[in-house]
Design a protein. Structure first.
Length: 129
């Protein structure tokens, strides 16, 4: 309640930011199976059009692989950390987002085509309703 109450008072609703990415957790087994360059992180399979991720330049995969009736989309960015905190799952990303505040800019460290990149992810300022 301590976290939500100020949001309810100032904005009229709780703050729930979304980056706009879907993907999978990279485990050593997944990395070996698909020959990924990193053994941990979050593989971006899809970027939601118009999302914060798209505006920050985060890239989705484009190569689909069907394995045991599951479709994997390879070739996207691998998110390794947000604001210096290692991430590998959607829940870890969500926790970092929930600790952030409207108007902040998060730093996303990712791997793309064998190189480390850092992108700024500005969170939208929220307005009262």
């Amino acid at each position: 309640m301590k976290r939500v109450l100020p949001d309810l008072i100032s904005m009229g609703h709780p703050y729930r930011p979304s980056v706009g990415i879907d993907g999978i957790e990279i485990t050593p087994e997944i990395a070996d199976l698909f020959g990924l360059p990193e053994r941990k992180g979050f593989l971006v399979e899809r970027v939601v059009p118009g999302s914060l991720a798209e505006r920050a330049g985060i890239r989705a995969g484009s190569r689909m692989i069907l394995l045991n009736e599951t479709v994997y989309v390879l070739g996207g960015d691998i998110v390794a950390a947000i604001n210096g905190e290692d991430v590998s799952s959607e829940s870890q990303i969500a926790r970092i987002l929930l600790r952030s505040r409207p108007g902040e800019t998060l730093t996303v460290r990712l791997f793309r085509e064998g190189q480390v990149h850092e992108v700024a992810l500005p969170l939208e300022a929220m307005h009262s309703r």
